[in-house]
Design a protein around this ligand. Structure first.
Ligand SMILES: N[C@@H](CCC(=O)N[C@@H](CS)C(=O)NCC(=O)O)C(=O)O
Length: 353
C-alpha cells in the first residue's frame, strides 16, 4: 500500500491517493494509542504508588489475614507479585477484602485494579465482568462431611442439608449435580467462610460444598481436621484466576505476564534464593526473564527487571504454592494438575521473547 501510494503521489493521481494516506494516518494513530505501554490503569497505579487488589476476606492458603490485617496466601502473593513488578516493592498493595457477592461490582466500578479472589473463570463472568488473565490454581468442586456421619460418597446426600456460599459457581454446580444424580437438593446459604464454617461445625448441615482447595482450607481451621472427610467426587472444573476490567489491554498484559513470569521461572529453576546470584546460569531464555537481555519490561511499560523483582520478593510459582497450600502446609494439597506441563501437569506459560 505504501509503494502504490508513493507511486500515485508523483503522478497526476495525487489527489486520488489522499484517502490512502488518510487511512495510513488513521491506522498509525490507532496503533500508537493502543500500543504496548499505554495503559490508563497502569498510569494511575504508578501515580498512586499502590495496587488495589481485591481478595478473599479469609480463606486459609489463599488470602488469610493476621491480627494486623496483613494477608498471606496464594492470592495475596499474587497481589504482591504485581506490586513487585511495578514498584520492586511487595508492600505497595492495598488489600481490599471482598465477599463472593461483592467481588465483581468492586472490579467493574473501579474500586480495585485487579481481583485475585479464588474466582472461577466462566464464559458469562468473562463477558459481563472482565478479563481472566490466566489460571493460578486449577480446582474442582467437592463435598466435605463429618466422618462420624458414615457418608462416604456424594451420592448419599439426597435431601441432606448442604452448606453453600451465595453468588458462586458452587451454588450453580450443586444444582446441576443434584439434578443429574436425581437427588433432592436442600441448600443452606451463607455469605462468608466464617459463617459457613461455624454452621457446619454446629451441625446445621450434613455437608459443606465448595472448591476442593476451599474444603482443605476449611478442614484445616476446624477443631479436629481428622474428623472430617472430603468425599471422592469432583463435580466441576474450577479454573481459579485473577481478573482485570475490560478495556485496558496494557494493564491486562502486566497482570497476565506477572503470572507467566512466576510459572516460567519455576520451569527455568529460578528461585528467590538464586535470582540475585550474579553467577546464575544465564542462558538466553533466563537472561530475557531476568531482564539482562532484551527490553521486555519496557514493552509492558515496566522496568526490564520486573520479573526478577517478582521472583526476588515472592518467589516462583512453586515457592508460592508450597508456602501457602502445598503438601507441608495445613491445607496439605499435592501439586496434582497444578504441576508444570513438563511434569505432566497443566501449567504452561507462553515464553518471554
Ligand atoms: N470459585 C468459586 C467459589 C468462590 C468462593 O467464594 N468460595 C467460597 C468458599 S471457598 C469463599 O471463598 N468464601 C469466602 C468468604 O467469602 O468468606 C467462584 O468463583 O464462584
Amino acid at each position: 500500500m505504501i509503494k502504490s501510494a508513493l507511486k500515485h503521489w508523483n503522478g497526476r493521481t495525487r489527489f486520488a491517493a489522499y484517502p490512502c494516506w488518510l487511512a495510513l494516518f488513521v491506522l498509525a494513530s490507532v496503533f500508537s494509542t493502543s500500543s504496548y505501554a499505554q495503559s490508563t490503569t497502569l498510569q494511575q497505579i504508578k501515580e498512586r504508588g499502590v495496587v488495589k487488589c481485591g481478595l478473599n476476606k479469609g480463606l486459609k492458603g489463599f488470602a488469610q489475614p493476621n491480627s494486623l490485617g496483613d494477608y498471606s496466601g496464594l492470592d495475596s502473593d499474587f497481589c504482591r507479585a504485581v506490586a513487585s513488578a511495578l514498584f520492586d516493592d511487595p508492600t505497595a498493595v492495598e488489600f481490599v477484602p471482598l465477599t463472593a457477592s461483592e467481588r465483581f461490582a468492586a472490579l467493574t466500578s473501579g474500586s480495585i485494579d485487579l481481583l485475585a479472589r479464588n474466582t472461577t473463570w466462566t464464559l458469562s463472568r468473562n463477558i459481563e465482568y472482565g478479563e481472566f488473565i490466566g489460571v493460578n490454581y486449577y480446582d474442582g468442586q467437592g463435598f466435605m462431611v463429618p466422618k462420624r456421619s458414615g457418608i462416604r460418597s456424594a451420592l448419599e446426600l439426597d435431601n441432606k442439608g448442604i452448606c453453600v456460599i451465595k453468588d458462586t459457581t458452587t451454588e450453580l454446580n450443586a444444582i446441576d449435580f443434584f439434578s443429574v444424580s436425581s437427588m433432592r437438593y436442600r441448600p443452606v446459604y451463607f455469605d462468608t467462610n466464617a459463617e459457613i464454617n461455624e454452621a457446619y461445625a454446629n451441625g446445621r448441615c450434613a455437608a459443606i460444598t465448595t472448591d476442593r482447595s476451599g474444603l482443605a482450607a476449611t478442614r484445616a481451621t476446624l477443631e479436629r481436621p481428622d474428623a472430617h472427610l472430603v468425599l471422592p467426587e469432583v463435580i466441576s472444573k474450577e479454573p481459579l484466576g485473577p481478573m482485570v476490567r475490560h478495556g485496558d489491554a496494557g494493564w491486562a498484559n502486566v497482570v497476565r505476564w506477572t503470572l507467566n513470569c512466576m510459572i516460567n521461572a519455576e520451569e527455568m529453576g529460578i528461585t528467590s534464593g538464586n535470582v540475585s546470584n550474579p553467577t546464575i546460569d544465564t542462558n538466553p531464555a533466563t537472561a530475557r526473564l531476568l531482564g539482562t537481555a532484551g527490553e521486555f519490561g519496557e514493552l509492558l511499560g515496566l522496568r526490564n527487571s520486573w520479573c526478577a523483582s517478582i521472583i526476588k520478593h515472592i518467589g516462583n510459582y512453586s515457592e508460592s504454592y508450597e508456602r501457602n497450600v502445598g503438601i507441608n502446609t495445613a491445607l496439605g494439597l499435592a501439586r496434582g494438575v497444578n504441576k508444570l506441563w513438563t511434569d505432566g501437569g497443566l501449567l504452561y506459560a507462553p515464553p518471554i521473547r
